[in-house]
Design a protein around this ligand. Structure first.
Ligand SMILES: Cc1cc2nc3c(=O)[nH]c(=O)nc-3n(C[C@H](O)[C@H](O)[C@H](O)COP(=O)(O)OP(=O)(O)OC[C@H]3O[C@@H](n4cnc5c(N)ncnc54)[C@H](O)[C@@H]3O)c2cc1C
Length: 481
């Protein structure tokens, strides 16, 4: 017997937005998430549990890492702690950082809620999508996140800090990214990459999933999906229950994959290998890293405490690069927010608070390839064929030279927190995995609602693009009844 209308796999920006919208439309939805509920203030107050603490204090190192994925490891991966926060995928051509837990990337992300930098991003991608419709989904998602641009009262906010800086261009406040953040109630500490402790960062567990629970959404945390396959009248999902240490089989009329780009690709490849999906010829095409280059600027600013503020301090440019020119790349700065919870000598902590993390970003060509051999996912990505990376390297070299302070980054090993593509949207099944409604071409009832679906790099932080896409996919499913 089919137990649910829809099973959603993963609870990040794709999964949470899809599950919430489908539940609101009256569907019986079961959400499977491999990570635990996090012990955040609103989840605690709702009495949902058991909950796992965010990494902090003595438990920091044990709780920070969930798994390490390295093609050379036996089985391709090492699982360290099912409750861990981060998942590292180390590859020769590109490495990826993503997270685990109910709420997905919203716990570790920097809260920038923006539209694509690429104009008309959704134009002529596939039948069933148009720009006006996607604009409405962006508006709804950004409003739902309560996102707004910080003001001068926020510690370290770049929009009002760089007026006298000889090297960095003061950007206008209006051009700063809006943030999904509760400014009024924030302590402006400990709200970033290791999770948010005072509830000031808007995370999807509290914003979308708790209210959806009250409307009937079923959430099974610590359930890691291994396989999806068709059964009579629907789909069967096989998931490992990390608490009970058993495999469970759940059925639904439809399945929405939203396990984050790499894990959604793993599930699609594994299910295809098991003969469940047919050929899916375009699977793995169009992988990208959204042009990410993270760097560490040992700027050692006297008396600074950059660990305070919002997770991201804002956007900046270089004074000697003309706005709009080819070398004018998107640069953002971050303090080591959350460092107070990491065990280390005090002198080192004080020194680290005076330094900044910089991230360069831009639309790469998203021309990488994901392959699947012997149950291992490999990403092929050319640093030189993705020109935006070289422009960001040049910007970092300029900052180092002009400030006479080192900027450290991995020039030969791209690293991204914004993996996308591999199951992209498009009308041609030879080039794209999904149709314009997010359904796998030729496979009825199987959808992808996360960043794996993105047809190109947005060139800006992608959470709202994922949320808008997931809302579109869910609206299409809900319309079918
Ligand atoms: C440090 C960092 C900072 C970032 N800052 C920003 C920012 O400021 N703005 C922005 O727009 N974006 C930011 N991002 C990127 C943003 O978080 C991602 O683009 C977004 O989370 C992608 O959404 P998703 O639904 O595709 O995947 P995710 O949000 O990663 O969600 C996937 C979920 O699926 C679960 N899952 C995985 N495999 C399975 C399985 N087999 N079974 C069940 N569940 C599974 C995972 O545990 C996870 O919870 C940042 C990312 C990081 C890592």
């Amino acid at each position: 017997m089919i137990a649910s209308d829809v099973i959603v796999i993963g609870s990040g920006f794709g999964g949470a937005f899809a599950a919430e919208r489908l539940t609101a439309a009256g569907a019986r939805v079961t959400l499977l998430e491999r990570g635990p509920w996090r012990d955040t203030p609103s989840v605690r107050a709702a009495g949902v549990g058991p909950r796992s603490p965010l990494p902090r204090g003595f438990g920091f190192f044990g709780r920070a890492l969930r798994s390490l994925n390295l093609p050379l490891l036996p089985g391709g991966r090492l699982r360290l702690n099912a409750h861990g926060l981060f998942d590292l995928h180390l590859g020769r051509e590109i490495s990826v950082v993503c997270s685990s837990g109910v709420g997905g990337g919203s716990h570790v992300y920097s809260a920038m809620n923006v539209r694509p930098a690429v104009p008309d991003y959704w134009r002529e991608r596939a039948d069933g999508i148009d720009t006006a419709m996607m604009d409405a989904h962006y508006d709804a998602a950004i409003t739902r996140m309560g996102a707004r641009i910080p003001d001068a009262s926020v510690p370290n906010f770049i929009g009002t800090r760089l007026q006298q800086n000889p090297l960095l261009r003061p950007p206008s406040v209006e051009s700063q990214p809006a943030m999904g953040f509760r400014f009024e109630s924030s302590t402006f500490t400990d709200n970033s990459f290791f999770g948010c402790h005072d509830g000031s960062k808007v995370t999807l567990d509290s914003l979308l999933l708790l209210p959806a629970l009250a409307r009937g959404l079923q959430v099974h945390d610590l359930h890691e999906v291994a396989l999806v396959g068709p059964v009579r009248d629907g789909w069967c999902v096989t998931a490992y229950d990390h608490r009970a240490k058993v495999y469970r089989h759940l059925t639904a009329s439809r399945v929405v994959l939203a396990a984050g780009t790499l894990n959604t690709l793993r599930l699609l490849f594994a299910s295809r290998d098991a003969g469940a999906l047919g050929a899916v010829p375009a699977l793995g095409l169009g992988v990208g890293g959204n042009g990410d280059v993270p760097a560490y600027w040992r700027c050692n600013t006297a008396d600074a405490d950059y660990s305070r503020g919002t997770p991201c301090h804002g956007r900046f440019g270089l004074r000697d690069i003309a706005p709009g020119s080819e070398d004018d790349v998107d640069l953002t700065a971050y303090g080591l927010n959350g460092i107070d919870g990491v065990p280390m000598p005090e002198a080192l902590r004080r020194a680290l608070k005076r330094d900044l993390i910089l991230v360069g970003m831009g639309a790469d060509q998203a021309n990488g390839l994901a392959t699947w051999t012997g149950g291992r996912l490999r990403l092929h990505y050319s640093r030189t064929a993705n020109f935006v990376l070289a422009r960001i390297y040049r910007a970092f070299d300029r900052i180092a030279a002009r400030s006479a302070r080192p900027v450290y980054f991995l020039r030969h090993w791209p690293l991204t927190v914004h993996p996308l593509g591999g199951a992209r949207v498009g009308d041609d099944p030879q080039q794209a995995v999904l149709d314009g409604y997010g359904q796998v071409h030729g496979v009825s009832g199987l959808y992808v609602a996360d960043a794996a679906a993105l047809p190109a790099a947005p060139g800006a932080p992608p959470s709202m693009t994922v949320a808008a896409w997931a809302s579109h996919v869910a609206a299409g499913i809900a319309a079918q009844g």
